[in-house]
Write a protein that binds this ligand. Structure first.
Ligand SMILES: [Zn+2]
Length: 354
């Protein structure tokens, strides 16, 4: 499934329609969230299918196509079921501060003609032209963002990624000081625009310039996403086997707060995984429990420990005297452990970047 986002060029009446729908759907969404909560207290639970049909017949009154209503009910239902399954927090009601900003179109959509597309209840939406992959459009969603309106399309097609014929192995260590460190010694830092952008965002937030801040926030999210796509594509293209430490950044996020950076890192790992699968690569998580502590030269556990050791960027092994860069050492240990090397067993043949 490929997701594509089209920027829409709406006329006044189309925009008006969407605004009205959003307004009415906010009510529907909040009603659904409360209804599920209250009924659950009385031990009444709904299946997704039952719940989505709860407002059948109301579409005329609200002047919204019935499938959009169903989509919003489904959205509320799955927000609660994620919470019931303990994978998410209790869903919040939508309000001025926490606006509903998307409209679901849960049905297949006909492919656009030129730069116009018809969706349920709205004909001939114009968009900034971009080429779309061949395939059936399974569903869509309209998003309202500070920079305008977008239509997301879920297209039934598979990505292909160019991969080199290679046997190269790499270990990667995700982190906050350095975004990714590779076992060949490469450090991938955040792109400059992203760093500059967060300074500008902080300025806008301090100055209380809400509109500007929300636009900058959107830009930053796009930049992070671009960065992740580039890095993951690059890794998949060049390495046949990728080992990554799976729990490093979870521990760190406790220190840094559950941050955007953490979400973005796990998003990056997700991308590496799915692109790797499609490209026929092996992407393998490695338990990173001792990776930063382990000296690559003599395999003693002499390195910095846990969160307190985070500030330590370089260290010297007290057993063998080797000096290590914390992240590179850790990425190499990951590559070695991934390749079947048992930590704690002394071994002189060390895999660097093969
Ligand atoms: Zn050592």
């Amino acid at each position: 499934m490929i997701i594509r986002k089209l920027k829409l060029k709406l006329n006044k009446s189309q925009e008006q329609t969407l605004e009205t729908w959003l307004w009415n759907l906010t009510g529907v969404y909040n009603w659904s969230i409360r209804k599920i909560e209250l009924d659950a207290q009385n031990k009444i639970y709904y299946s997704g299918f039952d719940f989505q049909n709860l407002l059948a017949g109301h579409s005329d009154k609200l002047d919204i196509p019935s499938h959009i209503l169903q989509g919003t009910l489904t959205q509320a239902h799955s927000a609660w079921s994620r919470c019931f399954k303990k994978i998410a927090k209790k869903p919040k009601l939508k309000s001025i501060r926490n606006k509903l900003n998307s409209i679901p179109f849960p049905d297949p959509i006909r492919s656009p003609k030129g730069n116009r597309i018809n969706i349920l209840g709205l004909k001939g939406l114009k968009f900034h032209k971009q080429s779309l992959p061949e395939g059936k459009i399974k569903l869509g969603r309209i998003l309202k963002r500070p920079s305008g309106w977008y239509l997301c399309l879920w297209i039934d097609a598979t990505h292909t990624f160019p991969v080199k014929m290679t046997d190269k192995v790499v270990g990667i260590d995700p982190g906050f000081h350095t975004l990714l460190t590779l076992s060949n010694g490469t450090k991938i830092e955040n792109p400059r625009e992203l760093r500059k952008g967060s300074e500008r965002l902080a300025q806008a937030q301090r100055g209380g310039r809400k509109k500007l801040a929300s636009r900058l926030q959107e830009k930053q999210a796009n930049r992070r996403n671009d960065r992740n796509h580039k890095i993951s594509r690059n890794l998949i293209e060049n390495y046949k086997t990728i080992y990554y430490s799976d729990d490093n950044f979870k521990g760190m996020s406790k220190l840094f707060g559950k941050s955007i950076a953490e979400a973005s890192l796990s998003n990056l790992i997700g991308m590496i995984n799915y692109k790797g699968r499609l490209g026929g690569r092996s992407i393998i998580p490695v338990n990173s429990k001792h990776t930063t502590m382990t000296c690559l030269t003599c395999w003693s556990l002499t390195g910095p420990i846990g969160l307190n050791g985070l500030a330590v960027r370089h260290w010297q092994c007290s057993d063998c005297g080797s000096v290590h860069d914390r992240d590179i050492n850790s990425a190499r240990v990951i590559a070695n452990v991934g390749s079947g090397f048992d930590l704690g067993v002394l071994e002189s043949s060390i895999v660097g970047d093969r």
